[in-house]
Design a protein. Structure first.
Length: 196
């Protein structure tokens, strides 16, 4: 069960304005009943101004009335009309220390297998800099002797969906003759050699 936005302020308001039990208020606000009792006694949260959960859409008056009549009933938070925020996808992503040394390997694989991707797309996909991409591409990276092209998804640097979306976006911008050239090269790599 989700809690109200400001649990202590909501608890203060519920104590002052309703006949709910400490257990009911505590369960709704995510507090222990003794903490709610301490708020009621003025020992805790003395300076906190109460916050009306009905005005803020977290409870309905009917729900309050139902629970005041039955001490064993539990308050249920009202469904929010506001959609939940989507997961953050913009900006730099955090890469754990253990995977940071794998970035040049992922860059080398992308440069070799998906030449259509721009430096900006690779940078966004793997969370790296254009300087590092150019160093790997030009073979001037400080650790170039130890770089082995490996699939970035296998390294855990991006997902298949992110990689496919970046490749599709890059291919949509290519002229038809360059696209045909890339697809022809992919077909040659996939066909097994015929022995005679």
């Amino acid at each position: 069960m989700t809690q109200p936005l400001m649990p202590k302020a909501t608890a203060v308001w519920l104590i002052e304005n309703t006949g709910l039990t400490f257990e009911q208020i505590g369960e709704f606000c995510g507090m222990h009943p003794l903490e709610v009792q301490a708020i009621a006694d003025g020992e805790v949260a003395a300076g906190i101004v109460g916050r009306n959960p009905v005005q803020h859409g977290e409870l309905t008056q009917a729900e309050l009335d139902r629970c005041e009549k039955d001490p064993s009933a539990r308050l249920k938070i009202a469904p929010s009309a506001v959609p939940k925020a989507a997961a953050r996808t913009k900006g730099p992503r955090y890469t754990p220390l253990t995977k940071r040394q794998d970035k040049p390997d992922g860059i080398a694989w992308l440069v070799r297998n998906h030449a259509e991707l721009s430096d900006a797309q690779i940078s966004k996909l793997l969370g790296t800099t254009k300087t590092t991409i150019n160093a790997v591409r030009d073979r001037t990276h400080w650790n170039i002797s130890n770089i082995k092209p490996r699939h970035p998804v296998d390294l855990g640097l991006c997902t298949y969906m992110e990689l496919n979306a970046a490749v599709q976006k890059a291919r949509a911008k290519l002229p038809p003759e360059r696209l045909a050239e890339l697809e022809g090269r992919e077909l040659e790599e996939e066909e097994p050699a015929v022995s005679e």
